[in-house]
Write a new protein. Structure first.
Lengths: 376, 376
DNA sequence: GCCAAATGTTTAAACGTTTAAACTAAATGG
DNA sequence: CCATTTAGTTTAAACGTTTAAACATTTGGC
């Protein structure tokens, strides 16, 4: 049983402790408060109207700066003052019901605890704020069922639009959005057959670039560690790898390609690396097609009696703290996250404003060469 | 000018391209769609009622499983079927207006792109989902102004409650929540004087534990790298450091304490470390009081001709990829994130259900000893 | 002075729900 | 066979906004 410090509870100002509570095997004190009423009723237009002695309409007009030319300056001033005094805050829910615009966008990411998603979330939130929009979010953990459920929840909350990183097999749900003309933008991934806006990396080109870089630095047996997935971004990254080999006159060796499952099982990656390094004609380098893959990979590699880049070159997609702080910082593809997030919001805003044009964009990734791929 | 691949745009099914667009120096194609109507009107109770030929009330009762004993089985069946056929989705906004419950909670984190926040966000979202709650979030980037603004936005959206990581100097805004009886729970940090629920780490004890560990492993000159802040968690961590020194019969040497500003300026940390290591009686170890501090610190330390832990021992608060993948994985305090997130949601749910008891809890951190602090 | 125009304000309906209360019709009891 | 209960359904008001339309008063032109 864990012990909990209670010093703060016992300090002055927090008296009247009446009982212990047990939640999840944690024992702690609770503060017994005076049994006050329900949550306070919030100030509405009605309250202001009553206070000033005018109709609700007039209050609404004044606070929304509408029909100002028709409204007397004095009354307007009185209303504004009363609103300030009462600390009026407009009820977005009521407003949303009436106007059919909630000023919220739904953000559906693959996994918010992954740096890619959380960075993107931050950028999107910042950009949305410029348009006076709030972000409602859901993290579906690459689970299609959960993704569907979250999408429903967001729609039920009448979001004005959605930004989505789609999971595998969610075409049907996305088609529903198209059919119902609910504005949305895909980010990071997309379905070729689905006529919708999407912003993503030029994965094929990036895969080619990263592979070519390894090849041009003397690698001949590049182990590819990638997801077992039909999602377009992964598939394209793999294709880029194959294309680069071809352009350099090399044959694809299937034994060098290791696919691991989503969500990641750490041991699967270790196993894959072990096999790649112990085969008769072993890999002289590794290419990871996502940050989670390289992070897990590195965790295993540091345990091996192997020196990067001399014994093994490494390259990966995406940035990560792990890639930065590994003793040989990883050569990687840097995605233009800022641009992608901003464009996604801008595209969505246009769609919400009834702009029916589809924006389908694949941005170039930047090859950042570092120590991990440059053997002496 | 960056080039954009257009292959997907040019594929079949995407015809009628009419113009180039230029956004943020990216050039790309847009798809000119048929100019269809506005967003489709969504299905409402009214539509179902009309289809079945009953009143709206009855539909509402059936779909909410209310007064079931009074409603004829056949009609109920018909209604359910019609709802399914029309793919009815309840309008949470309308429901929220009527019931004064939006089934949303607002989450205000310090910085969503920080692993602490994003992991917490994920846990909180998962837990909230169990209660049928959706999370609206804002990331205030440790900025009090922004925090105030976001809080207002969330309140305007009539969230049923809030989970907040408060920034410095936001007491006033939090007091407003108390005064207006808006349920909320602080997480990670709190204000002693504010009578509200909060869940956080036992920072003092953790700071003491981490410092004692270093001392007991032979360190005598522990450089403390911490934030220049009055926020309780940082202050307590510092106090824990001081208390541990005292208990081990050591005097606090102010020269060993380096405070850096929020948000972090990387060079400031490098500078601090440089000073600590170059003083007449230099530090033999470093204690970082947050993950961002150690991550930036490590970035600098890897550039130095110094061997951890032999030349310099290191310990830090919080886990991070960087701490894991550094050649000498960092000894650290592991926070019970899962527990904290879950308790925060549970506490908030109780508060929303009119439970007026305050829960104030400081959970113990776990000392995870690794290579960075154990000199040979 | 009368009518029209300009100015200032209110009325009322609507958005999609919920829910107490009312209503109707059928079943039951004495 | 009437009164009461029970079963099944509807009416209507409400939540806090927005907004077209109506209304009322003043001003100005001729």
């Amino acid at each position: 049983m864990l012990t909990i410090r209670l010093q703060y509870l016992l300090k002055e100002g927090h008296r009247h402790f009446t009982k212990w509570l047990k939640i999840n095997c944690f024992l702690f004190y609770v503060h017994k408060a005076d049994n006050i009423s329900l949550m306070k009723k919030r100030v509405s237009l009605k309250d202001i109207a009553k206070k000033v002695g005018v109709s609700i309409t007039l209050v609404s007009y004044v606070l929304n700066n509408k029909h100002l030319n028709r409204i007397s300056k004095q009354i307007a001033e009185k209303i504004k003052q009363a609103a300030a005094e009462l600390n009026y805050k407009p009820n977005q829910v009521a407003k949303g019901l009436k106007t059919n615009k909630t000023q919220t966008i739904g953000l559906l990411v693959a996994d918010i605890s992954n740096a890619f998603s959380s960075t993107m979330a931050r950028i999107i939130e910042n950009e949305a704020e410029k348009y006076n929009y709030t972000v409602i979010f859901g993290s579906c953990d690459e689970n299609t069922e959960r993704s569907k459920k979250l999408m429903d929840v967001l729609i039920n909350h009448q979001v004005d639009g959605l930004i989505i990183t789609p999971t595998e097999h969610s075409e049907k749900q996305l088609q529903y959005l198209v059919d119902n003309e609910i504005p949305f933008v895909l980010i990071d991934r997309f379905y070729e057959k689905l006529a919708c806006s999407h912003i993503s990396l030029d994965n094929f080109e990036a895969g080619k670039k990263l592979t070519s870089h390894l090849l041009e630095n003397g690698c001949r047996r590049i182990g590819l560690i990638t997801y077992r997935s039909t999602i377009n971004n992964i598939v394209e990254r793999n294709q880029g790898y194959i294309e680069a080999l071809k352009e350099h006159g090399l044959e694809l060796d299937d034994a060098l390609v290791k696919e691991v499952s989503i969500p990641i099982v750490s041991s699967e990656i270790s196993e894959a690396i072990k096999e790649l390094l112990s085969m008769p004609n072993p890999a002289d380098s590794l290419l990871f097609t996502a940050n989670m893959l390289s992070t897990h990979g590195l965790r295993y590699i540091v345990t091996l009696p192997i020196k990067v880049p001399d014994d093994l070159a490494i390259a990966t997609f995406d940035q990560s703290e792990a890639a930065d702080l590994f003793y040989a910082p990883l050569t990687h593809i840097k995605q233009p996250l800022e641009e992608m997030g901003r464009l996604a919001v801008q595209t969505l805003m246009a769609a919400i404003e009834e702009n029916k044009e589809l924006v389908q964009l694949q941005l170039p990734g930047e090859l950042v060469v570092r120590k991990s791929s440059i053997a002496k």
